[in-house]
Each structure stands twice: as C-alpha cells, then as structure tokens.
Design a protein around this ligand. Structure first.
Ligand code: GLY
Ligand code: MN
Ligand code: MN
Length: 496
C-alpha cells in the first residue's frame, strides 16, 4: 500500500484513522518523509526528583506492607469523551496521584510482589509519540495535538520510580497469574483484564475477588486520612489561593449585581486559572433563596442588594489538593437584623464545632457540638419545640441544618469517604487530619413552618481545619468569619 493510501492503514503499530470531518484524507510520501526529519533532540537529562517523590515512595512502601505477596494495580484513568473527538478536562484518579505524584492520563502504577518480600513499583505511562510512524502528528492524541509529554526516562527521574510503556501493560498483567487487586472504576480496559485473570473462578471466588478490590480502595482511603507534611503544605497553598479568590469576588460584587451569580463563579475561576490551578468542585455561587439549595451550581440567578450571597468554592492545586471554603455575605455590604441573627447563630455553631476539633476527640464531636448550638438557637426562636436533647435525639433540627457539619479534606473534597468507619466516622481525630467545619441554616422559600421573613435565607460558614499535636489550626483564617468582620471586609474591598 502506498503512503498516498495511508488512510486507515496500520504502520509500526500506529493506525491512522482520518478525522470524520477532516480535510486531509491522505498523506503524500513526500510529506510523510519530511515530517519524520528535522526535529531537535529535546530529551532532558538533568532532572531532579520532585519534592513529593520521597513521600510517594513512603506511601507505596506502606501499601506494599499491607498486601504482601499480591500484585496491586492503581490506574490513573482515561480521558472521557465529551462529544465526537473532544474530551472533558482530565483529572487523575486520587489514589494514583497519591502514590505517584503524577497527574497525567492513561497511566497505571503496578506494585509487583518480590520473592524476598516487598514489591517492585513500575509506573506504566504513555511514552513520547513516535515520530517515525507519524503517530505524533497524524493521530488526534499525538503530542503535536496535545502537547509534549515527559519521556519515560524523564518521568522516572522526576517521580523517582521505574517507568515502562503503558502499551506493554496488558501483556505484563496476563503473563503472571499472581493474585491481583485493582482500584476499580477508573480504567475499564484494565478492570476487564483483571476480570479475565479471574475468569475461571466460580461465583463464590468472584464475589471474594470483588472484595479484594474493595479492600484495596478502603486501605488506601485509610492511609490517606492522616496527611504528611508535604500534603499539609499543598492544602495550605490551595487554601491561600482560595482566600485570594474570595477577595477578588468581593471586589467584583458590583459587576455581579449588574449580571448574575455567573460573575461570581467566573471571578473565582479566573483567580484559580491565572495562578495555574483549577477548582476542586463546581463553585456554588448562590444568592438570595438559591443559598438554600445546598449544591446550587447553576449559578444563573441575580445578585441583589438586600440578599445574602453564599459562595462555596475551593482552589485545587496542580498537585490535586483542594480547599473547600464558604462565606455568606450581604450583597449590600450590611446584614439586615434577621440575616445577622441567623448568621451569628451559624457562627456560634461553627465556633463550638472548631473548638471540638482536637487530637483524641471522636470525629463525631465537632458535628454534635455545632448541631447542639443550632438546635438551641432554633428552640429559642420558637422554630422548634424543646427540650434540646429530644430535638437532637430525633434530629428535628435537620429540617433547617440539612447536612453534616463537615468532612475530611485532601485530594478529594469529600476525602477518604470509603475509609473504615472505625478509623474515620467512629474513630478519633489524629494530628495531621484535615477537615471542614461548616454548619449552616437554610430556610426554604416554600417552608411554611417558619415565619415568612425567614424564608429564602441560607447561611453557611465553612473553614478548613488541621488537627495539630495540641489542638487545631484554622487554615482558612485569612478570611473574616464574624458578621462584623464580614461587613468590614466588604466595606474595605467592595467599590461603592
Ligand atoms: N462544597 C461541598 C461541601 O462543602 O461539602
Ligand atoms: Mn464547601
Ligand atoms: Mn465541605
């Protein structure tokens, strides 16, 4: 077959499939030959390991010790098609990022057990695109389209782990019958290969092997509960960038009043992007009654004087650690009496919650402390009937408080969700854990159980708190929290 008919042909392992609406359906021999030549050697040979490398090595060693004699497969995940030949922005799987420090798509970490104990770690990655067979410019996923990748040797130097071509991974997995666990749900092809390895198992054995995979995910979530020094520093970077984003939003409030909640969302996102970061979850920019919808991400409502604006947003660093912060502010600059009353109760609940964050305290304490303050306030206002212990026992305050008072924070905004209850939900706090404390009160616009003037008010205050050796540190203390300080913040920053 001549190069003129290269379309659909396979050459050196690369299949050129012309784009469906592509204008160039074939490649002349002359162009193909010319594109093979004339490229500089850009290989970097002087790379030092990234700062995270010593931490990822320690994390892999901890995982190795938990699963002696078994092969562990931790995929990064694949690009997800948005439409036709465009994809959603990629975000590497959390456990993969935790164990490798890599954030690129399509890779996979494999820990293979050694006869003498321990494991060998190999990071399977996409290599640089082949220039001889045209892959680098003819396929939509070649580097000419998507940007230069690290070579396998560059990645090994940077990440401090052996690397190999990910296209060799399926054969490597099939070649060895060792017991294998995979962090499931990120890479359908690899999940299928692991299933294949278990294909001759009966139903009972298959059910047991599904549990193998689940246990791997649970163990990793358990390991991620206590953050190391490097992770805490990354979270602080995320929080500090988030503080700058909130300050920008206050400065931009007049433009938001002229447009919509979108201006708030966009302003925060701009700050994240210009500093090289992203957001860790969909920004909630909720003004007026939208603040009573917990995950309001439509952000298409008006921002009006007299209303409260609830902004729940978090910058995610390039290393994938995210902040999760909420402030509720009066758009006009000043709370009404009722808004202040609601805000101050939520603040008091948050203070009680933060005070209950300390090493050795049960994880549930901060939630219970905050809920008690909220329930007492709601009883005092005549919205609930006491006594408070009955209200709390029956959970009646939840009609207005709706959600738990906080959650672990780290690589995931709701971090370590699958970890074992005895070390997380029903465990004790330990130094190095990071959690949010985020009580709220929400009076739905159509809730007939509260006086009309309460309806449509939603307030949440959310901060990120590190458990220290002797107590706690509020990582997001760069933002004001009391109603008076919020007003002073608006007065200082919002142009009038
Ligand atoms: N932003 C979601 C949450 O606060 O949990
Ligand atoms: Mn939040
Ligand atoms: Mn949160």
């Amino acid at each position: 077959m001549s190069d003129q008919q290269r379309s659909g042909a396979e050459q050196d392992g690369f299949v050129f499939t012309p784009r469906k609406n592509g204008q160039a359906q074939s490649v002349s021999d002359e162009l193909a030959a010319w594109m093979r030549t004339g490229w500089a050697d850009t290989e970097r040979r002087d790379l030092e390991p990234v700062a995270q490398a010593e931490h990822t090595a320690r994390r892999r060693a901890a995982l190795s010790a938990a699963f002696p004699g078994e092969r562990l497969v931790v995929p990064a995940g694949q690009l997800l098609t948005r439409s036709n030949d465009t994809e959603y922005p990629f975000r590497a799987a959390t456990d993969y990022a935790y164990l490798t420090g890599d954030t690129s798509d399509g890779g996979c970490l494999v820990l293979t057990p050694r006869a003498d104990g321990g494991h060998d770690a190999v990071l399977y990655l996409k290599p640089r695109s082949n220039r001889d067979n045209g892959e680098f410019w003819l396929g939509g996923y070649g580097e000419l389209w998507t940007g230069r990748r690290n070579s396998l040797s560059e990645a090994a130097d940077l990440l401090g782990v052996a690397t190999a071509d990910v296209r060799t991974l399926p054969d490597a997995l099939r070649a060895d019958a060792v017991t294998t666990r995979i962090v499931r749900g990120h890479d359908a092809d690899l999940d299928a290969i692991v299933d294949e390895l278990r294909a001759d198992a009966d139903d009972e054995a298959r059910a047991k092997s599904a549990k193998l995979d689940e246990d791997l995910g649970v163990t990793l979530a358990d390991h991620r509960l206590v953050k190391d020094e490097w992770e805490i520093a990354q979270l602080q970077l995320a929080v500090d960038a988030t503080v700058r984003g909130f300050n920008d939003v206050v400065t931009a409030l007049p433009q938001a009043k002229d447009t919509s909640e979108r201006y708030v969302e966009g302003t925060f996102f701009l700050r994240a992007r210009v500093e090289g970061n992203d957001v860790g979850y969909g920004t909630i920019a909720a003004s007026g009654p939208n603040a009573t919808t917990l995950h309001w991400t439509r952000n298409d409502g008006p921002v009006r004087d007299g209303d409260l604006l609830l902004l729940d947003a978090g910058v995610e660093t390039t290393t994938l650690y995210t902040a999760d912060v909420t402030r509720t502010m009066p758009v006009s600059g000043t709370f009404t009496d009722l808004q202040r009353k609601v805000y101050d109760l939520v603040y008091a609940a948050q203070e009680a919650g933060i005070a209950a964050v300390a090493p050795g305290r049960p994880f549930t304490d901060f939630h219970n402390a905050a809920q008690r303050v909220l329930a007492e306030g709601l009883i005092e206002w005549g919205l609930l009937e006491g006594p408070v212990d009955r209200v709390l026992e029956l959970g009646l305050q939840r009609r207005y408080t709706l959600h738990g008072t906080g959650h672990m924070l780290g690589l995931d905004v709701h971090d370590c969700a699958v970890s074992r209850q005895e070390v997380h939900l029903y465990g004790d706090l330990k130094p190095g854990m990071v959690l949010t404390v985020e009580p709220g009160l929400y009076f739905q616009p159509d809730d007939l159980t509260v006086p009309e003037e309460y309806r449509g008010i939603g307030v949440r205050i959310e901060d990120d708190v590190l458990v220290t050796e002797d107590g706690r540190r509020v990582m997001s203390e760069g933002l004001p929290r009391t109603s008076a300080d919020v007003e002073a913040w608006l007065a200082e920053r919002m142009p009038r």
